[in-house]
Ligand binder design. Structure first.
Ligand code: ZN
Length: 461
């Protein structure tokens, strides 16, 4: 058995590893490269492997940096199965359809701005490509071994990162005996709301471990919750609205969960709550279909009153007209809208309305990448440009940390330490400083043999 690192080797996005097992070829993830325009142009490059050689794909979770090049893989001739957890299969549809939409809008905008009269910029992929991918998806449950190819078995275990996220155990009957590769996927922190804690793989000959936050720890969750409570109190005292830019998958649903769970303590009944994101609403439906994956706390909250997605003061605004009507609410509203980093989506319309108002509060609850509108606001910009117009910022800004979907250093080491025999480990899915910090800590505290994956490097399992 051997593995070759095609993506997320020395960077965070574009997760893609090719495994040769018992004479078959299996692709673990087929993710999109995200970042600068130059980075993202690499998505159009040919794959660094023969598409026709791939016999099966196993997808760890629905995030685009793990799944986003599947439509290209299928368009370029892949006709085999795409194995993944059932909830990931459902989320994949929402994510890829949204991604195809954005790709089409990008292409249209580019074509409008071209001065040479040519309008030939094609989107990276289309809804037709996405539909073809979805036909090839095969759902499986956690903890149920499945023979996906002759002598090759896959077992998925809950990774506690987003709904349906999995660590992948790939076992193969090789001529020299059984070999097992464990791929962490993205690992969530313990105690992530709604989701169960990550489950380690029992044993393996080689481990591929993500290292996104390999160099740091997260703040205590209770401190984060207290911070959210304080922001809401502050905004209520100011008679203002609270705008929360949030990712449609995971973070938006988590916020509604906390509001329902802290209903009395945070005096949530007095607010009008808007979930102003059609995509987040589709994800709410997916959560509804997979309640059996929730942890005990969430199961209890879902059985109690109020239900997180049916709070009496929660307004789901699907239509644009409904979204625009929120402008008439001058105080006492909490507005959750995408995109999470404010570089697209309805949140920009709300920011336009609210940035100038002293009584408005903007609460950031997720990562803000360099170059995004969200990052400029978090960094304290006095004025920002939205839709070609400048807006002065008088609103109060809050950055609430600690809601990460990724485990910190200790969480990653705990997951690894749960694997019997402490096999050699290769770090993927992290910037070099994060990987090096994690490698040092694992060598020192766990006596682990740690390597850093290099692009296109091959490693025997
Ligand atoms: Zn992820």
């Amino acid at each position: 058995m051997r593995v070759r690192f095609h993506g997320a080797a020395g960077e965070v996005t574009g997760s893609c590893h090719e495994v040769e097992a018992n004479g078959h070829r299996v692709l673990l993830d087929c993710g999109m490269i995200q970042g600068s325009d130059e980075d993202e142009r690499r998505n159009e490059d040919p794959f660094p492997f023969e598409v026709g050689d791939i016999d099966a794909v196993v997808l760890s979770h629905a995030h685009i940096d793990h799944s986003g090049r599947l439509p290209l893989l299928v368009r370029r001739g892949y006709r085999g199965p795409i194995w993944t957890q059932h909830a990931t299969a459902d989320l994949l549809k929402v994510m890829l359809e949204d991604s195809a939409n954005l790709a089409q809008m990008d292409a249209d905008r580019d074509n409008r701005h071209r001065r040479d009269g040519k309008t030939n910029h094609k989107p990276l992929f289309t809804q037709g490509d996405v539909a073809a991918v979805l036909k090839q998806v095969r759902g499986i449950d956690y903890q149920q071994p499945r023979e996906i190819l002759g002598g090759v078995t896959v077992t998925l275990r809950d990774a506690g990162h987003i709904l349906g996220s999995a660590s992948v155990e790939l076992a193969a009957d090789e001529p020299g005996g059984r070999r097992v590769l464990a791929f962490s996927g993205d690992i969530g922190p313990r105690g992530t709301p709604i989701l169960r804690d990550p489950v380690p793989v029992p044993g393996a000959d080689l481990v591929l471990l993500e290292s996104t936050y390999g160099g740091r720890e997260h703040r205590e969750r209770q401190a984060t919750l207290d911070e959210i409570r304080d922001v809401l109190e502050h905004a209520w005292a100011d008679r203002g609205n609270v705008i929360i830019p949030a990712f449609a998958v995971g973070r938006s649903q988590e916020l509604l969960y906390w509001f329902a769970r802290q209903w009395d303590e945070w005096k949530m009944a007095r607010w009008k709550i808007f979930l102003d994101s059609p995509m987040a609403m589709k994800v709410v439906d997916v959560y509804g279909r997979h309640e059996r994956l929730f942890d005990e706390d969430a199961q209890a909250v879902w059985k109690g009153r109020p239900h997180p997605f049916k709070m009496p003061n929660l307004h789901l605004t699907a239509e644009v007209a409904q979204s625009q009507a929120i402008n008439n609410v001058c105080g006492g509203a909490i507005i959750i809208a995408g995109s999470g980093m404010c570089n697209g989506g309805r949140v920009r319309h709300h920011l336009r309305q609210h940035l100038g108002r002293k009584q408005s509060h903007i609460m950031f609850v997720g990562y803000q990448a360099r170059g995004t509108l969200g990052r400029r606001l978090v960094d304290g910009a006095g004025s920002v440009r939205i839709f070609g117009e400048d807006y002065q910022v008088n609103a109060v800004r809050h950055t609430v940390g600690g809601l990460s979907a990724h485990a910190g250093q200790t969480g990653l080491m705990d997951w690894y330490a749960g694997i019997e025999g402490r096999p050699p480990v290769v770090l993927v899915h992290g910037e070099d400083d994060a990987r090096e910090a994690l490698a040092r800590a694992m060598e020192k505290k766990l006596d682990a043999r740690v390597e850093l994956a290099r692009p296109e490097q091959t490693r025997e399992v």
